[in-house]
Ligand binder design. Structure first.
Ligand code: HEC
Length: 271
């Protein structure tokens, strides 16, 4: 945000102005919502950002609506094939149906003004960018979306197959199934694996991270991997969470001191 004195981190600025009772740290670890039209962010992240910003004040557990789907950014639920309290007279309607614009009530509700419109208050104009975004998500993204159970079913034949367990390494490439699921690699092909590499130079280490599309990474560091080890978030701008539309390579340079050990680990996560 620019409050008149140049670009600054909004949370840091609010903290300096005394708005928080406790101090804020690890500012680079905070997720920023993506704007509806920011095509550098994945469709899913933009949709979830839009729902969090425009709908979550009512659509969340304990919210105004009571029950139903949840627009909360960290706990969204009940959206894909989610059941409705009012199906609008068509039993095939769901909150959102993959590949089906007609039966996706979320789309129907934001595409109308008047009775049944969403959001219900303070708007008389259609948000055409949001409508286009939701249509694209339903049509282009959702038909190929898989839950981890569907993924286990497809690759191992059953969710409870012995080699389908999340922490099992079915192909012996040192990446457990859960990592392969999140990274989008093949759990049955030892050559298809997500890895992080690091290269060193004079006083410098460069972490090389292959960031898959629609996946955030988080680098943590520690001086010792003894037990117990204390990992802390690497608080640099390059480590800010993001869910890119397309896969990309991210390099993070760190200055290192000769003779001092340092360890890094990288966490990968879905939106
Ligand atoms: C001010 C509170 C409020 C906001 C903000 C809001 N809604 Fe709602 N929403 C409601 C209420 C109340 C209902 C139940 C009444 C109804 O069905 O119209 C509802 C119902 C719905 C339903 C039908 C749910 C069902 O189970 O039948 C959908 C879909 C929906 N809203 C989508 C949205 C979307 C998408 C947004 C954000 C763009 C949004 N709403 C924002 C209050 C809100």
């Amino acid at each position: 945000m620019d409050f008149g004195a140049g670009l600054t981190n909004q949370i840091a600025r609010l903290a300096r102005a005394g708005y928080f009772t406790s101090s804020v740290s690890n500012l680079n670890s905070l997720r920023a919502l993506a704007h509806v039209t920011d095509t550098s962010a994945s469709l899913e992240w933009r949709v979830r950002s839009y729902l969090a910003a425009n709908c979550s004040q009512c659509h969340q557990p304990g919210g105004h609506v009571g029950g139903g789907w949840n627009a909360n950014i960290t706990a969204s639920a009940g959206i894909v094939n989610g059941s409705l309290n009012s199906n609008g007279g068509d039993p095939q309607n769901r909150v959102v149906v993959p590949g089906d614009l007609v039966h996706s009530m979320m789309l129907t509700r934001i595409s109308t003004r008047g009775a049944g419109q969403m959001p219900p208050l303070a708007t008389s104009v259609l948000d055409t960018n949001a409508i286009a975004l939701l249509r694209a998500w339903i049509t282009n993204d959702l038909p190929s979306f898989e839950t981890s159970s569907q993924w286990q079913q497809r690759l191992f034949g059953a969710t409870n197959a012995p080699n389908a367990a999340p922490d099992f390494d079915a192909d012996g490439d040192l990446a457990p199934n859960l990592t392969e699921f999140v990274a989008g690699t093949n759990p049955l092909d030892a050559n298809d694996v997500w890895r992080v590499s690091i290269s060193g130079g004079a006083g410098q280490a460069v972490l090389q991270i292959a960031q898959p599309a629609n996946r955030a990474f988080e680098v943590q560091e520690t001086a010792s991997i003894g037990v117990p080890s204390v990992w802390k978030f690497l608080d640099v701008p390059a480590n800010r969470p993001s869910y890119p539309a397309i896969a990309r390579q991210v390099n993070i340079s760190q200055s290192v001191t000769n003779g001092l050990q340092k360890f890094y680990r990288v966490k990968l996560s879905e939106p």
